[in-house]
Design a protein around this ligand. Structure first.
Ligand code: DGI
Ligand code: FE
Ligand code: FE
Length: 188
């Protein structure tokens, strides 16, 4: 599928705001990909479809996660988590994308995980730092992303965990594991 078709496929599923965000993730992911050993076409496809399920009903997304026997913590740790695994499923079934690297990058884009592949890292980080993102700490993370992708991911995870703690929300275990792992294994 070429870029134009991919954008046409995703657009009806998103609001204007979310579509603009998606274009930002696409541009940022391609920039991050320049320094990594990854297939640029695949990075672009993963970025374009990463929020494909964002506006599906929670019931539909929960049903998918249950039926696939995926970690039930995706259901119990907060509704914002649903669209990542549900998105990987729907992109495969409805759009016909079968590439495991792409699907996995979509699956983990919200929570992150330990030992992410270059593709997973790029999508996770691009989602956090794309130019339309405005939250506190994002500028620092953007600057770090130009120097050291792992350190930037660690900062993004730390910011997200801090945000969740302030709002009295639970933190998905894999997010904490990813943060710990990077804190123990990166400098800066
Ligand atoms: O879909 P986007 O808005 O582009 O971004 P996203 O997929 O990273 O989702 C962001 C939301 O997900 C935000 O409300 C915080 C939430 N989130 C991220 N990591 C965790 C989390 N929520 C919980 N409960 N636990 C997490 O580890
Ligand atoms: Fe998302
Ligand atoms: Fe996103």
């Amino acid at each position: 599928m070429d870029r134009k078709e991919a954008l046409e496929r995703v657009k009806p599923h998103l609001t204007e705001h979310r579509y603009v965000h998606t274009l930002g993730v696409r541009d940022t992911a391609l920039k991050l990909a320049e320094k990594e050993d990854v297939e640029k076409d695949k990075v672009e496809t993963a970025a374009i479809f990463h929020d494909y399920a964002k506006f599906r009903s929670k019931e539909e997304m929960r049903r998918i996660i249950e039926a696939e026997n995926w970690n039930e913590q995706f259901i119990t740790y907060g509704d914002e988590l649903l669209h990542a695994p549900a998105g990987a499923y729907l992109v495969e079934k409805e759009v016909g994308i079968k590439d495991e690297e792409i699907l996995s990058a979509i699956f983990w884009h919200t929570t992150g995980k330990v030992d992410m592949s270059p593709m997973e890292k790029i999508i996770f980080l691009a989602d956090y730092i794309e130019p339309n993102r405005k939250f506190p700490g994002v500028e620092e993370t953007r600057e770090e992303a130009e120097k050291d992708m792992d350190c930037a991911i660690k900062m993004a995870l730390r910011n997200t965990i801090t945000f969740l703690l302030k709002k009295n929300q639970p933190v998905f275990p894999e997010t904490l594991f990813a943060y710990n792992h990077l804190t123990l294994n990166t400098n800066g």
